[in-house]
Design a protein. Structure first.
Length: 166
């Protein structure tokens, strides 16, 4: 059994030595680059995390600023609407006053026109009545008439007047 142990120990020793050499080479060549890659990745993640936090802070600041601007804009819109309502009410009131004044002027002119037409009609009727009376009086004076003839002449004069009116 001794040859077994010696060959086993020799194989074990050479295997262990090869393993140690492999690990040393790996440590010397591979681990450094792996550690550098891990460190680089760790740094990149830390940088990305910092950038994300900065972007988040900036987004929060922008949100606050936008909310403030929205409130200011809503206030301005409310003020503009209130001003527009006031101006519309003032314009409506002015138009209503102007319309009322125009209606009153039209009413006064119409009353004046009616009064003038009434006066003209009265003058015209008086003139025509005077003409009829003068005509009748002239006929009565020129003719010696009895009362039935006088009524007949007055009726004829009125009929003639009505025909002339038509």
């Amino acid at each position: 059994m001794e040859p077994f142990f010696t060959s086993f120990l020799a194989n074990f020793f050479w295997g262990l030595a090869a393993f140690v050499v492999f690990v040393l080479i790996l440590l010397k060549l591979g681990i450094g680059s792996v550690l550098k890659a891990i460190d680089a990745r760790d740094a990149k993640i830390a940088k990305d995390l910092g950038d994300a936090e900065a972007a988040n802070r900036k987004a929060q600041e922008l949100k606050v600023e936008l909310d403030r601007k929205i409130r200011e804009t809503e206030d301005k819109v409310g003020a503009l609407l209130a001003q527009a309502r006031r101006e519309a009410d003032e314009a409506r009131d002015a138009l209503l006053k102007k319309g009322t004044a125009e209606v009153e002027q039209i009413r006064l002119r119409a009353q004046q026109d009616i009064e003038a037409a009434r006066h003209a009609a009265i003058v015209s009727i008086r003139t025509e009545v005077a003409d009829i009376a003068a005509t009748i009086a002239a006929k009565i004076v020129t003719e010696k008439l009895d009362s039935s003839r006088q009524f007949q002449l007055v009726g004829e004069a009125i009929d003639a007047y009505e025909k002339a009116k038509r």
